[in-house]
Design a protein around this ligand. Structure first.
Ligand code: S3P
Length: 173
């Protein structure tokens, strides 16, 4: 099985994915890291030098490739991955793939992203908490329709990463 973790930036897809992989004795893959390896540059530099459209093409290409070629893997994808190029349909229709939405409230996301925005080109320029709240509120509203299509939804609000991993395991088996 491949377990795909989806959700907004800073919802814990990578850190929770690594813990879940350890627990289940699965491999762990992060789609952004995979793209960075292939492109030999950071996601920030891909956005800056080649543009977001190029990034979205690569993201969709490698998602399709990984879903076809991997097994026993936790795959965390970028916050935008399910929202472009029909990627959510690819995830939902792939064989032996379970999708999990790591759901976080606006307050949780704003708090986390104020200190973690530097490596995220879409929000790196935002300065104040008020602006961040307005941006994420609108962005999440546009994206939630894609995230909500995941087969399993697990809230991360006010939980430790270990709690979230336990909740995911309860939902999966
Ligand atoms: C993006 C999220 C990022 C990364 C890129 C675009 C998005 O991944 O793919 O900066 O569109 O939400 P994380 O969700 O891991 O931060």
């Amino acid at each position: 099985m491949i377990i795909v973790l989806i959700g907004y930036m800073a919802s814990g897809k990578t850190s929770i994915g690594k813990k879940l992989a350890e627990k289940l004795n699965y491999n762990f893959l992060d789609l952004d890291d995979f793209i960075e390896d292939r492109e030999n540059m950071s996601v920030t530099d891909v956005f800056k030098e080649k543009g977001e459209i190029y990034f979205r093409k690569q993201e969709s290409h490698y998602l399709n490739r990984l879903l076809k070629s991997k097994n026993n893997t936790i795959l965390s994808v970028g916050g935008g991955t399910p929202c472009y190029s029909g990627n959510i349909d690819v995830i939902l229709s792939a064989k032996n793939v379970k999708s999990i939405y790591l759901k976080a409230s606006l307050t949780t996301l704003v708090n986390k992203l104020m200190s973690k925005k530097a490596t995220r080109p879409l929000i790196a320029h935002i300065e104040t908490t008020e602006e961040m709240t307005a941006f994420i509120g609108k962005h999440l509203f546009e994206r939630i329709q894609f995230y909500n299509q995941a087969e399993i939804k697990v809230s991360i609000d006010n939980k430790t990463k270990d709690d979230v991993v336990e909740d995911i395991i309860l939902e999966l088996f």
